[in-house]
Design a protein around this ligand. Sequence first.
Ligand SMILES: [Zn+2]
Length: 304
Amino acid sequence: MSRFAVGIDLGGTKVEACLVDETRQILARKRRPSEPGLGRERVVRNILELVAETAGGALFEAVGMGTPGTYSPAADIMFGAPHTPLYEKPGLVSLLRSELEVPLIVENDANCLALAEFFAQCHGRFSTVMAVILGTGMGSGLILGNRLHRGPNGNAGEIGHTSIAIDGRTCECGRRGCGEAYLSGPSLARRYAELTGETLPPDRIFERYGAGDLHARRVFDESVRIMGELFANCVNTLDLEAIVLGGGVSNIPLWYEQVPGVMNRALFGTPGRTIPILKAVLGDSAGVLGAAYLALREMHLMEF
Ligand SMILES: [Zn+2]
């Protein structure tokens, strides 16, 4: 007899759910607006209705949920989700828990993506991997020795807020020189605008790079160096075997063509190592699938 779990990906404006069975196959997947502007009860009702609709009568045994920022059980709020103020007020998760009749496991969305991508393309090949989300911000999830490493407070893997320049550009977090202040989509756009006065999304800047635009070339030459050095810091700290890159800004081919060279030259320790940078393969399914894996682990059907 099949066993079922539900994964939820709670975003800033939408919520997505999937139903999986014990073989990790997605049997159903649905989404709807989360409507945070209408208050906490409305968000909870949206999530519960979506879960019921997605399950379609299947008796699921646990629910996993990926959230922006880091959920703190002690305070019952999500920290570090500045684009979703409602989620930073207490009570959303405890209210959801009291309505669900099965265990609810809550995890940072970058950790969910890391889990899903790890099992999709690394498991059995690499045991120690960092998955980076590059988009509006920059976050990451860590799998160390085949285990999800979240840290005692769930804050592990905040690569976007480690500094590579102590007097560098000011980040939204208030610190200077953070990776996110150079490599997120808005940061790339801002750098190009500084040089040209023109604001373009990263993929358009990359088109201009291809057409020989010297300012676009400068933006990407700088970014490649910064990303290479930042990733080398992570490899040197954690002895990573591979890095997976996902998110809206992960489609730039230079990240895969040029960053490994910069990074591998900066590695310390065992000579001759080359750490691959892999493109995420699950697209926008990764978050919801990784969340479902949390539920499958709760049911003792997965180990990580
Ligand atoms: Zn920062």
